[in-house]
Design a protein around this ligand. Sequence first.
Ligand code: KG4
Ligand code: ZN
Length: 338
Amino acid sequence: NETIYILAIESSCDDTSAAVLMNDKVLSNVVATQAIHKEYGGVVPELASRAHQQNIVPVVDQAIARANIDKKQLSAIAFTRGPGLMGSLLVGTSFAKSLSLGLQIPLIEVNHMKAHVLAHFINDDSMKPPKFPFLALTISGGHTQIVQVNDFFDMKIIGQTLDDAVGEAFDKSAKILGLPYPGGPLIDKYAATGNSHKFEFPIPKVKELDFSFSGLKTSILYFIQKQTKIDPHFIENNLEDICASIQYTIITILMKKLKKAVKLTGIKEIAIGGGVSANSGIRKALMDTQTTYGWKTYVPKFEYCTDNAAMIGIVGYYKYKNEVFAQQDVTAKARYLI
Ligand code: KG4
Ligand code: ZN
C-alpha cells in the first residue's frame, strides 16, 4: 500500500490555491485571496488572471514547504479544469501541465463543482463524511445546485439556479444597502440582531428543484427605493431588520427546495458546501432539520467550503486510486457540467 502524495492547484475564480495531500489527509492548503476586486465591487476577470500569474509560483512553493515534503515525492498533480473564468483556469491548467512534464508524474483534471461535493471526504478529525447516496447543496458566489450523489463518480444535478447564484443574491442585496463587496458575510452579521419578520419579500415560484434569485434582488431594490423616499435614513435605521428579513427569505427558498428534494428522492443525508455555507442562519436552519425532520446534515470545515485546493486534491486522490489520468493535450473548460 503505497502512500500517495497529490499536489493540487485551484485557480477557477479569484483565489489562487495550492494544497498537498498525503492520501486523504491535507498536509497543507494555501490560499491567496485577491484583494484587488474589492475596489471594483466584484471579480474583474482580466485582473484575476494577472493576479493568478503573480501568485501561482509562490503559492505552490509555500504549499510544498508547509507540507514538509520534497517535490520528488509527489505522485501526481491535480488541477481545476473548470467550470470558471477562462483566463483564470488557463493559468492553473498551464502551470499544472508544465509541472507534470517537468517532474514526469501524472496529471489529473478535476471538475470544481465535483470537488465542492467531495470536500466532505477529506480526512479531518472535525468532519464526518456523509453516506452514499446523499444530497449535496452547493451554494457559492457562482453556483447554486442540488446534486444527488450516488458514489464518488456517480452524481447528477437535480436542481439549479436559473439566474443568480445564492452568493450573488447576498452580495447584490448588500450592494443595494450600500455595504461593501462581498456583502454576504455582512448581511449575516447584521441579521444576527435583527427581526427576520419585520419586512416581507416574495418567495419566487420556480419549477421542480430549480431556483431563481434575480427577482428577490429587484424586489429589494424597489422596496428600498420606496422607503428611502419616505425616510432618507430608512436603511441605517433598519439595517439589522432588513438584513435579517433578506436572509430569512433566502433560507426559506433554500429549505423549501431541499425539503422537496428529500421528498422526491427519499434521501435524508444532506451535505452543504460552497462559500455561502458559512452563513450562520443557513447552518442553523440545516442543523434544526436533524431534530425536526430526522435528516443527517453535514457541513465541512470553513476552509474547505470556500474555494480551496484541498478539495481539488481529494478528488485527485480518488482519481489516482482509480487510475483516471489526463493527457497533456487537456484544455481548460469554462463551462463544465458535473
Ligand atoms: O465559494 P466562494 O468563496 O467563492 C465562489 O466560488 O463563489 O463563495 C463566495 C460567496 C460570496 O458571494 C460571499 O458573499 C458568500 O460566499 N458568503 C456568504 C457568507 N460568507 C461568504 N454569504 C452569506 N453569509 C456568509 N456568512
Ligand atoms: Zn467554488
